[in-house]
Design a protein around this ligand. Structure first.
Ligand SMILES: N[C@@H](CCC(=O)N[C@@H](CS)C(=O)NCC(=O)O)C(=O)O
Length: 216
């Protein structure tokens, strides 16, 4: 990067934790749209966080201050990417929206509380591993993976549009976080379609460009 490019003001400022599922979701949408973006490291619990419900990220774009990744990613895709990540067909779009809601309402809370946070607290903060919490979550995690495996098409698409959409933008970081835990990796290893889809996502420039530093 040239010194000029490094000094340039990013089009999208993402106030959030650097390694975060939702920060990455916004980063992927920015990469897909070709808009410059930068993370301003902001902890959810810090006084600097402007989110009214104490979550991250908060995003500044085009003079707007936005919260909620659904609103943020749709705005970026609509305003800066010609809606390329959303199928035009209403039925395909409804299926895409369903997957975004499934990722946000069911998968993220289940994976985050049941497996991801216990491992982060153990690996990063040195707390004893909460094995009981993990054991309690495993049957539900396993059911969720079975559902995803059954629903994903043979050619690795979440909608019949058969291409990368906002559903992938949301599902990839949620599933990748799970895959970075030993039990999540073992569960995903039994799901051939999910494995192939994760691999295909990793080959996409927007996913590669937003890789977490902690990823092996
Ligand atoms: N509904 C929010 C969810 C954001 C969210 O859950 N962010 C996580 C980080 S990945 C967070 O703020 N966690 C901190 C906390 O809940 O205290 C969105 O879509 O942006």
């Amino acid at each position: 990067m040239t010194p000029d490019a490094a000094d340039a003001v990013p089009q999208v400022k993402i106030f959030g934790t650097v390694i975060s599922t939702y920060t990455r979701i916004v980063q992927i949408a920015c990469e897909e749209a070709g808009v410059s973006h930068a993370v301003v490291a902001t902890a959810a619990q810090s006084p600097a966080n402007r989110h009214p419900f104490g979550k991250v990220p908060v995003v500044e774009v085009d003079g707007l201050e936005l919260i909620e990744s659904v609103a943020i990613t749709h705005y970026i895709d609509n305003a800066h990417n010609g809606g390329a990540l959303q199928p035009a067909d209403p039925a395909q779009r409804a299926v895409m929206d369903k997957w975004i809601a499934v990722a946000n309402n069911y998968l993220f809370p289940l994976f985050e509380h049941g497996l991801v946070m216990p491992w982060v607290m153990h690996r990063v903060a040195g707390f004893p591993l909460e094995r009981e919490r993990i054991e309690r979550a495993l049957p539900q995690v396993s059911r969720a993976l079975g559902y995803l495996e059954a629903e994903l098409s043979v050619d690795g698409a979440w909608t019949s549009a058969g291409r990368f959409t906002l559903a992938d933008v949301f599902l990839y970081p949620v599933l990748r976080g799970l895959e970075l835990t030993p039990q999540g990796q073992a569960g995903i290893a039994q799901c051939d379609r999910l494995l192939a889809w994760l691999e295909a996502c990793r080959a996409r420039p927007s996913i590669a460009a937003t890789r977490w530093e902690s990823e092996p």
